[in-house]
Design a protein around this ligand. Structure first.
Ligand SMILES: Cc1cc2nc3c(=O)[nH]c(=O)nc-3n(C[C@H](O)[C@H](O)[C@H](O)COP(=O)(O)O)c2cc1C
Length: 279
């Protein structure tokens, strides 16, 4: 593995400390996969250099190796390198200009169209695909595949960032990528070498005593722990030279009105138009 200082911390205990801003309570296993995973950071600052030979193919092999509901493998990925197309995607994703800089953009496609073709070939219809459950399975499979690719790319010293902004204009993106009915880009991803001045910035996450529940759900004591997380997340903001803010307030505000959906509140009807009945 490429031991990039960005994606390969020296020790899992140290990485745990950076991620949670507290020490692990006991001994932890330590291996290269854990180090890469715990070192994750989104990169929005890229070099234009192409990916090294075989990197894309290895990343996609990692994606293909993710588990898949019923092994239906109902995702596809569109590899976009054409600068004009990337510029258009950057625009559609809400002027995220680093999409124009990173050499590769991956559009992760929730793809029921292949299963429709497969059913047709067998002389069958695809009644089960019309249901929300089938859509959920495909979204989950696509996300699992994409995240496997992220870890693979990071293990090679490459940076990535997901682009959910692609869903701001799902139908336009589908047209640009010439997707068939029953396929849409659920998320995009930039891939490339981080720019030389990209610093390590491991963003703290909610502590395990907030997200982990033993045997049954129990939110007792959650508020105090979230306040503690707010403090850590705000310290991160300050270290990064970003405006001070409390994660819980920003998050609560984001979900308080449909404005926080950036126009995506129409998703169900757009997906209906793209061929997903979502019964
Ligand atoms: C589904 C999804 C969509 C995302 N969309 C965007 C995006 O459009 N633009 C962006 O800059 N970051 C995007 N991100 C990255 C998140 O902002 C980032 O993962 C989060 O702030 C945590 O930071 P970290 O990845 O550096 O730990 C997205 C992440 C996910 C999982």
């Amino acid at each position: 593995m490429d031991k990039s200082p960005l994606f390969y911390g020296s020790d899992v205990h140290q990485l745990w400390q950076e991620r949670y801003r507290e020490d692990a309570s006991g001994t932890l296993p330590d291996n290269e996969v854990l180090r890469v995973q715990l070192s994750h950071q989104s990169v929005r600052n890229y070099r234009t250099d192409p990916l090294p030979e075989g990197a894309l193919e290895a990343g996609i092999a990692a994606a293909s190796s993710a588990a898949s509901s019923c092994n239906m493998q109902n995702w596809s990925v569109i590899v976009v390198t054409d600068p004009q197309k990337r510029a258009k995607l950057a625009e559609l994703a809400g002027k995220q200009d680093f999409i124009k800089v990173a050499p590769v953009f991956l559009a992760w496609i929730v793809d029921h169209s292949r299963l429709v073709r497969l059913a047709r070939h067998e002389g069958l219809v695809q009644e089960a695909l019309d249901y929300e459950e089938a859509h959920l399975m495909a979204v989950l499979d696509t996300g699992l595949a994409a995240q496997n690719a992220v870890t693979a790319f990071e293990s090679m010293g490459l940076g990535t960032v997901y682009i959910g902004g692609l869903r701001n204009h799902v139908a336009e993106v589908a047209a640009l990528l010439e997707l068939p009915p029953r396929a849409y880009a659920v998320v995009g991803m930039c891939v490339g070498y981080p720019a030389k001045d990209e610093k390590r910035h491991i963003k703290p996450r909610l502590s395990q005593d907030v997200v982990v529940h033993k045997e049954c759900y129990d939110a007792t004591g959650e508020r105090a722990r979230i306040t503690e997380y707010d403090r850590k997340a705000d310290a991160y903001q300050e270290e990064q030279g970003l405006p001070s803010r409390l994660w819980s307030q920003v998050t609560a505000k984001r979900i308080s009105t449909i404005k926080g959906l950036d126009g995506r509140h129409v998703m169900r009807s757009v997906l209906n138009q793209l061929g997903f009945p979502l019964k």
